[in-house]
Design a protein around this ligand. Structure first.
Ligand SMILES: [Zn+2]
Length: 228
């Protein structure tokens, strides 16, 4: 018996196409930026950073931007409903019709719940690197004060100690907030914030832990196979 033809359903405002979004987690220093770039190239999903979006909407003077600016000027956190309104507007743009990749959002369970009402999150990718490895990566960094070349005590030292490979300068800089205590406290805050969210997404069976303490290509491969 032939099946009756499926009636054509007009999709409303959002969810044109089969929009499925990705959420990317990773502590500072875990190489999230590099992987985000690669995920974008492979999936075609645009990257959404709510911080950038906020600044752009304020600069453009959109209605939501004006609303957000009131809170920012008062030194207050921009409320979730304003952020969600921004994301909602962003999801209506053409390049978001297949979904987007969120970076730095959500940070709380209420935000994750609100997000689930405006887009289907199909995968949450968490790039995980042991804290002590991140400390190692970040704390050994230094840059040439003259040409901005980046070095690392252990992983990428200058060929001749104290002399920049690129420009020959001996004027090196280390960032004050790259010391071990500061990095550990940033990581502590990150874990405290993300662990309830990790559980929340894990319960939905969409949470993927990716070992980020490996070669960049191997990490990308794992992420892309998790997204498959
Ligand atoms: Zn230099």
């Amino acid at each position: 018996m032939a099946c009756p033809a499926r009636p054509t359903v007009k999709t409303g405002t959002l969810h044109a196409g089969n929009m499925e979004s990705i959420v990317l987690f990773g502590p500072p220093g875990a190489g999230k930026g590099t992987q985000a770039q690669r995920i974008m190239e492979s999936t075609g999903l645009p990257q959404i950073s709510t911080g950038d979006m906020l600044r752009a909407s304020v600069a453009a003077g959109t209605q939501t931007g004006i609303e957000a600016k009131k809170f920012m000027d008062a030194g207050q956190l921009v409320p979730d409903e304003v952020i969600i309104a921004l994301i909602r507007e962003r999801l209506l743009e053409d390049d978001a019709s297949n979904g987007v990749m969120f970076d730095g959002f959500p940070r709380t369970i209420p935000q994750a719940e609100a997000l689930s009402r405006i887009t289907k999150v199909s995968h949450v990718i968490a790039i995980e690197v042991p804290d002590e490895r991140i400390v190692e990566r970040i704390c050994g960094r230094y840059t040439c004060g003259d040409c901005s070349a980046v070095y690392h005590d252990t992983f990428n030292p200058t060929a001749v100690e104290g002399v920049c490979d690129v420009c020959g300068s001996s004027n090196f800089k280390r960032r004050a907030d790259d010391n071990e205590d500061t990095v550990l406290s940033r990581l502590g805050a990150y874990h405290q914030q993300t662990s309830p969210l990790a559980d929340w997404y894990d319960n939905q069976g969409i949470f993927h832990r990716i070992n980020g303490d490996r070669a960049i290509d191997e990490i990308t491969e794992d992420i892309l196979s998790a997204l498959d």
